[in-house]
Design a protein. Sequence first.
Length: 101
Amino acid sequence: MLTGKQKRFLRAEAHHLTPIFQVGKGGVNEQMLRQISEALEVRELIKVRILDNCEEEKHDVAEALAKGTRAELVQLIGLTVVLYKESKNNKKIVLPKVEKK
């Protein structure tokens, strides 16, 4: 689970990214989830665009993407979903540490 500080950090990191996947009329499917999982392993942080012709609710699509890829939903802004999953082999992003009180 990400803290607010970590989510802010990831949103800033994702700002310059362009979406590399699109969810369209067919919605979320197994093949898409597999490809997104592979991309997350390589990049750790990605954007996914929900197209206007997608018949599902955008919040449902974002939740399905996060749950199906076991990733953290960083942000849903407009029709753009930002996902983060720590890579096992290609760790690049260092999250801010959680401060203990």
